[in-house]
Design a protein around this ligand. Structure first.
Ligand code: NAD
Length: 360
């Protein structure tokens, strides 16, 4: 098959980690006989330097012309980079928010996987880790408290602040459908997280999720209150497959879930719209402190590329192959500096990419 992949190198370690992820995609294309065309797209600081703004209309049009987009990371050192002396709407992060909005990316996916080889980085006790865990948090990205009406009023010298948590049936339905579709490619379980004992928006959430579940009889659905979910993530993380939740709950729970894996350089992410299109990027930032030194861990970006093949291009076998190659490379004892432990061999960003490519 022939695919067009948007490629946003971005800033800091972005160009290094995207180079390695492309190395892996090229190896997959060679092995499975696919034809890949890359479309290089400017975003963030790199776009500011070239065009004066962090996102151009041309960049949005380029992204829309692709099957999916792979991104490194954007942004610089927020205290020293000249990008942060610009007005907020001209800074690198405005480009990222802008492209997410322009592409209507409403579903954010963050897997939290514990690799046996990295179990020592997990802050949980061995008996809790058990056989490890492999969950995926699906967070609604464009509604809820962060986008509702807000105001601060002052009466008789006392201030009152109001934020509004709004969800429509359609907003809930489209992300629930995504969660069930994706659970079908995994272990077939959805845990929908809400606060239905208190919030109307959560009661509607629960009702719509149950309606959607009727179309997926082979996928198990459970509901969990958000406070319980926060506890269960550190008490028994192995119970979760897909966690489906609204914007603010997902913001908090996805950070909690990623911290229990213990290694930021390993965490992939994706943002999807209601077609097969998605923007895939590591969860970490542009790490300006190690940029250009061949020290970055490219695995989060490589695993994001695997998600891209699975969810946007339906290349499940190829995605499995990448994930297996990553595991085998770790099992062989190779580590970048951020995940280095005793007895392992330190390698740089490009070596890590090559070692994984060799195993495909
Ligand atoms: P960061 O994630 O870039 O770095 C935090 C720490 O983790 C640093 O010590 C860094 O060296 C290390 N680190 C991160 N990724 C690594 C990797 N792949 N391999 C090895 N070590 C890694 O967070 P920060 O320092 O708070 O932010 C730096 C810049 O990144 C800022 O401009 C911020 O706005 C931006 N940022 C961008 C995104 C994005 O593009 N989606 C996300 C978060 C932060």
């Amino acid at each position: 098959m022939e695919y067009k992949i948007g490629s946003i190198a971005g800033d800091g370690i972005g160009p290094e980690i995207v180079r390695e992820a492309r190395k892996i995609i090229d190896r997959i294309a060679e092995k499975y006989g696919h034809k890949i065309k890359y479309e290089d797209i400017l975003l963030g600081g790199a776009s500011i330097d070239a065009t004066g703004v962090p996102l151009t209309e041309e960049a949005v049009a380029q992204a829309k012309s692709c099957n999916c987009v792979l991104m490194g990371s954007i942004g610089g050192d927020t205290s020293t980079s000249p990008w942060y002396r610009l007005a907020p709407n001209l800074r690198p992060e405005a480009g990222l928010l802008g492209i997410r909005k322009a592409l209507n990316l409403f579903a954010n996916l963050r897997p939290a996987v514990l690799y046996d080889e990295l179990a020592s980085a997990c802050p949980l006790k061995e008996e809790i880790i058990g056989d490890g865990f492999d969950m995926l948090i699906m967070r609604e990205l464009t509604g809820g408290l962060y986008f509702g009406e807000r105001r601060t009023v002052e009466e008789n010298g006392k201030k009152t602040a109001v934020d509004t948590l709004t969800y429509s049936e359609d907003e809930i339905r489209r992300i629930a459908v995504k969660a069930f579709d994706i659970a079908g490619k995994r272990r077939r379980k959805v845990t929908s997280v809400d606060k239905a004992n208190v919030l109307d928006s959560s009661r509607l959430w629960r009702q719509v999720v149950e309606e959607v579940a009727k179309d997926y009889p082979d996928i198990a659905l459970e509901h969990m209150l958000v406070d319980n979910c926060a506890m269960q993530l550190v008490r028994d993380p192995g119970q979760f497959d897909v966690i489906l939740t609204e914007n603010m709950f997902g913001d908090i729970l996805s950070d909690e879930a990623s911290m229990v894996t213990g290694s930021i350089g390993m965490l992939a992410s994706a943002s999807l719209n209601d077609t097969k299109f998605g923007l895939y990027e590591p969860s970490h930032g542009s790490a300006p402190d190690i940029a250009g030194q061949n020290k970055a861990n490219p695995i989060a970006t490589i695993l994001s590329a695997a998600m891209m093949l699975r969810f946007s291009l339906d290349l499940d076998k190829e995605a499995d192959d990448i994930e297996r190659a990553v595991k085998e490379t770790l099992a062989s004892g190779y580590r970048t500096g951020d995940i280095l432990s005793d007895g392992c061999q330190l390698v740089g960003c490009s070596e890590m990419g090559s070692l994984i490519a060799e195993r495909i």
